[in-house]
Ligand binder design. Structure first.
Ligand SMILES: Nc1nc2c([nH]c(=O)n2[C@@H]2O[C@H](COP(=O)(O)OP(=O)(O)OP(=O)(O)O)[C@@H](O)[C@H]2O)c(=O)[nH]1
Length: 149
């Protein structure tokens, strides 16, 4: 049976935009865009893996937030379990060490680039959750009564 590889990926958000990086020539899925991250090493939690990968690939230090969603995807030659975590706190200047391009996209721009297929359901889920959060916070503020005097 084909081995399933565990991969952790980061949904890095800044000012309502999400970070994407392009896989470089020579790699599996070269030219497609992905969330930064990588394969779990033995004994590593997904959070530890992500913190390590973000430092190795992008030169940033990050606090890994909650699991947004996961997706099992079969690429034929290999199958992966891709786990996406939210990252809102990070420091350092982004440097492309392992990718050949990067960009920041608003939620309504996510479909303007070509993502690795395994990422698409995860990004859809993230969009859904973010829109739900915006909706619930605006309904809370509508319900708040402010009185004069
Ligand atoms: N990091 C990352 N990998 C992804 C994403 N989506 C996706 O399908 N993958 C796949 O997950 C696998 C693991 O990623 P990796 O970055 O550790 O692998 P790699 O190909 O650079 O390393 P390798 O050359 O040592 O095999 C790759 O086959 C990659 O194509 C994603 O959003 N982020």
């Amino acid at each position: 049976m084909k081995k399933q590889i565990d991969v952790a990926a980061a949904i890095i958000c800044k000012e309502n935009k999400i970070f994407a990086a392009r896989r470089r020539v020579g790699k599996h899925l070269a030219g497609l865009w992905e969330l930064p991250g990588g394969k779990l090493e033995e004994g590593e939690t997904p959070e530890q893996c992500l913190a390590r990968e973000l430092e190795e690939e992008l030169n940033i230090k990050a606090r890994i937030g909650s699991l947004i969603s996961e997706n099992i995807f079969d690429y034929g030659a290999k199958a992966i379990r891709l786990m996406a975590y939210e990252v809102k706190c990070f420091s350092g200047d982004f440097r492309l060490i392992d990718h050949d391009a990067m960009c920041w996209l608003a939620l309504n721009e996510l479909n303007t680039i070509e993502w690795a297929p395994a990422d698409i359901p995860l990004l859809d889920r993230y969009k859904e959750l973010t829109e739900m959060a915006v909706c619930s916070s605006s309904s809370k503020s509508n319900g708040y009564i402010q009185e004069n005097g």
